[in-house]
Design a protein around this ligand. Structure first.
Ligand code: AHR
Length: 649
């Protein structure tokens, strides 16, 4: 028998209380239990989900994003064929004041091929054969005569994959568009924009999108990543962060109003995770994304304070929290109210009209708003949180506010945060835990004795510090306890969701990707199995464990019913190295079918998926006789999800 490395702390036992009791009454549980949390971290948005292929498209990168960055990062001045001239970054006649920098290209001599600039994308531009790409650029023709332009997708050694041409049509900033079609699949192409005759041009907002974004939407999202997230069947999506929301100092606080409207007019900013936010994926796109994948939107706004680690090293210090001045709070609170209006107000209202102008007259049906993220529980925080909360509560009783109780599952901020939330009767608070697998196993009973009269819980961020099977199984064991306590735990989301393998600033994540593909982790499949098999009623004591249980076995189970289908769903987890026997007592359920679908995720504790082997550990589906569940052999290190169909539906 394989030695148990991970669970030696517990001479175990089954994590389900009162094993052999008869079926008790069903308990209604949250129907929004499992969702996702998206943060632009590790290039999740720019260079990831947001399908824009041009990096630094509006020449707004700067050293404040990253020390070595500047307005021409990812760009190169291109003179081939003996042309010459000058290229500089200017700000005298910008496209608009929110987008201050542009390139001034002065073509003194065009030579044989023209002169211009080349963008290398995010670590190269990945192209797919026979797909179409939408190119666009804003040009201000500053010389008298029109200038012939050529745009190309090129590969290594300047092999030309696609070409389009257009001619400028006079002074003033104008948008030019072209479609590029390539018969090449390439990993690291580049975009080359050349002026083919003498003249002077202002150039800005150079953009290239695949036509095949998710749902073919304009300013859209990368289809494979959205499909993977949609595959989780999340009931909600929390966005846009995390730490990103409260920001590294007050100036860096995320302001949703800066992220809507025409992309070239949005106000970009430094990403707290040490890169740049184009905010091309802004609040309109977030709401649309939620709607596309059937997830309820859960936007989070800062509680009027910046991150307590502002200006310092991550998780060290705790002295950097700054509060907005009281003079600024009224406007700030209005921003929060306007956010609710942007999502929900009729088209005849100011903010509903803006939503309609963006393309969505119907409301987005916002039900949840998060205020704050892991904030240090200072007097500054409390004062500002209460100001925002009181107004939202009074004006929008239909909105469920989610508060915050610090960065950890215990400790000073956690205790103070809970006390404060209970005083204010905040409907739900956001708990976070990044802990080892052992913690998830030993804390299985965490919510069993929570005071049901207090604020309810959203576990907004959790992960067991690894992407091996043992991590995923420990999380699965804990998730059975979330279902068991689905009356008090209203929602839960693993974190972080996405990471670009070339720019990963936080591990572990749920889905890794590069320019070409994705690799869902084993943890992803646990999330998917739970999320796709949620119920609205929890039944205690349906599954018990018997027989060859050894001291190293760590077993957990839950039983829920999905009343819409009538299906009974069992989740059975074995986090130990030996097989066990689970006994399902289904006698309380009438009209169940004879066959049940079974999905099993199992393997050795160290096994992982990777970009090289994305499908190494996958759930295996089969059919099992319902009668066989009276004695079901639970493999070592496994999650089994068993769905027993109701005969009547
Ligand atoms: O998920 C990554 C970070 O972890 C989040 O931004 C923050 O809320 C937490 O500390």
């Amino acid at each position: 028998m394989q030695k148990l490395k991970y669970c030696v702390f517990i001479a175990l036992t089954c994590l389900c209380p009162s094993l052999h009791a008869q079926n008790k009454q069903a308990k209604p549980i949250s129907t929004d239990l499992f969702g996702v949390f998206f943060e632009d971290l590790s290039y999740s948005a720019d260079g990831g989900l947001y399908a824009e292929l041009i990096q630094n498209r509006s020449f707004e990168y700067s050293a404040s994003d990253k020390r070595e960055w500047h307005p021409l990062t990812a760009w190169e001045y291109t003179t081939q064929g003996f042309g010459y001239g000058t290229l500089s970054v200017e700000s005298a006649q910008p496209l608009n004041t929110n987008n201050p920098h542009y390139v001034l290209l002065n073509i003194e001599e065009e030579g044989q091929q023209g002169i211009g600039l080349t963008n290398s994308g995010y670590d190269g531009i990945a192209l797919k054969a026979n797909e179409k790409y939408n190119f666009s650029v804003y040009i201000n023709q500053l010389s008298a005569k029109p200038v012939s332009m050529q745009v190309q997708l090129r590969g290594k050694k300047d092999a030309v994959y696609a070409t389009a041409t257009f001619t400028t049509t006079g002074s003033g900033w104008k948008k030019y568009t072209a479609t590029l079609t390539t018969d090449q699949t390439a990993d690291s192409a580049k975009l080359v924009l050349l002026a083919k005759n003498k003249g002077k041009l202002g150039i800005d907002e150079v953009s290239l999108f695949p036509q095949k974004t998710y749902h073919n939407e304009q300013n859209g999202l990368r289809a494979d990543l959205v499909e993977a997230i949609a595959g989780l069947q999340p009931k909600f999506m929390r966005f846009p962060g995390g730490c990103l929301v409260h920001g590294d100092g007050l100036g860096n606080m995320y302001r949703w109003k800066n992220t809507i409207g025409p992309v070239e007019e949005r106000i970009q900013q430094r990403n707290i995770w040490n890169y740049h936010q184009s905010v091309g994926l802004g609040f309109y796109e977030y709401f649309r994304f939620c709607e596309d994948i059937g997830a309820k939107p859960l936007p989070v706004v800062s509680a009027g304070v910046s991150c307590q680690n502002s200006g310092g090293t991550w998780r060290i210090g705790g002295t950097g929290q700054k509060g907005l001045s009281m003079a600024d709070m009224a406007d700030y609170i209005q921003d929060v109210l306007d956010l609710i209006a942007y999502a929900n107000a009729p088209v005849t209202s100011t903010w509903g009209a803006k939503r309609a102008a963006a393309g969505h007259p119907k409301p987005f049906n916002l039900q949840y708003v998060g205020i704050g993220n892991e904030d240090k529980q200072t007097a500054d925080f409390r004062e500002r949180f209460k100001m925002i909360y009181d107004v939202v509560k009074a004006k929008h009783p239909e909105i469920t506010v989610i508060g915050t109780v610090g960065p950890s599952p215990s400790g000073e901020d956690y205790d103070l945060g809970w006390k404060f939330a209970n005083q204010l009767a905040v409907p739900v608070v956001d708990e976070h835990f990044y802990e080892k697998p052992d913690w998830f196993l030993t804390n299985n009973a965490r919510y069993d004795n929570y005071n049901r009269a207090n604020s309810k819980v959203y576990i907004g961020e959790y992960a067991s510090k690894g992407n091996a099977l043992i991590n995923a199984i420990a999380e699965a064991a804990f998730m059975t306890s979330i279902e068991r306590n689905g009356d008090v735990v209203k929602m839960a989301s693993y974190a972080p969701l996405l990471a670009n393998t070339k720019h990963t600033s936080w591990n572990p994540n749920l889905i890794y990707f590069d320019n070409k593909g994705i690799s869902p982790t084993v943890n992803y499949y646990v999330q998917q199995l739970f999320s796709a098999n949620q119920g609205n009623l929890f039944y205690p004591d349906v599954v018990s464990f018997d027989g060859k249980t050894g001291k190293d076995l760590v077993l957990a189970a839950s039983c829920v019913k999905d009343s819409k289908t009538g299906d009974i769903i069992l989740k059975i987890v074995n986090a130990g190295p030996g097989a066990a026997v689970a006994k399902a007592n289904l006698s309380a359920f009438k009209g169940l079918g004879n066959d049940a679908s079974l999905q099993v995720l199992s393997g050795t504790p160290d096994q992982k998926n990777s970009m090289a082997e994305p499908g190494k550990v996958l759930p295996v589906a089969s059919v099992i006789k319902t009668g066989a569940l009276a004695a079901y052999t639970v493999p070592a290190y496994s999650l089994s999800v068993i769905r027993i169909k109701s005969k009547s539906k």
